[in-house]
Design a binder for this molecule. Sequence first.
Ligand SMILES: O=C(O)[C@H](O)[C@@H](O)[C@H](O)[C@H](O)COP(=O)(O)O
Length: 223
Amino acid sequence: MEFIEYPDSDIMMITLANQIAGELRQALTGGERASLAVPGGTTPGPVFDSLCAADLDWGRVDVMLTDERWVPEGNPRSNTRLVKSRLLTGRAHDARYIPLYAETPEPEESLDALSQGIAASLPLTVCLLGMGEDMHTASLFPGADRLAEGLSGSDILLPMRAPGAPEVRMTLTANVLNGALHRHILIIGAGKRDAYERARLLTAEHAPVAAVLRGATIHWAEK
Ligand SMILES: O=C(O)[C@H](O)[C@@H](O)[C@H](O)[C@H](O)COP(=O)(O)O
């Protein structure tokens, strides 16, 4: 585990985008395809703004979310909407998008089909994660109904309902997140740094992000 502190978030976002582009490029040198999982939420937009312009063979890159809110793409809370507008644009428009959402009322109805779609892109080359101050990552929330399976089961994908999440989620499991060749966690602000420090001392049941810290690089800026 490595913790990198940046002088400000602008520098952090550009540096991280360059690093991710380099990791994908390296994978494409040695292999046919590369895969990238990214979070939604409010933090990663500026990384996407830089990364979408990276000079690499995007046509051989699979892009997916680490987790999705179970809402249609037209909903402002849709993470797919964010990824399509900020990452799969510019040069990255050629990437192949692997969805974590389908238009069924409940995620359970689409679970098998979506899991199959993801399986061919595993293991992930790069996994970028966010974290909440409640120490959730992806949609592995404290108190979530299927958290135990999400932390230690062998599934690829799981629906998740949690007190801290306003809508039903679909999330990659710790099994998939930890299978990534490169894992980055992106956090901003004193509150998230405190949460990260606390998570290091807790079990994943109480601090789910603890399940993915080993071998990860944490990127932090105060603002
Ligand atoms: O859909 C989501 O909400 C995410 O993928 C989630 O895991 C996110 O990374 C954290 O909640 C941090 O969110 P912020 O960046 O908005 O603080």
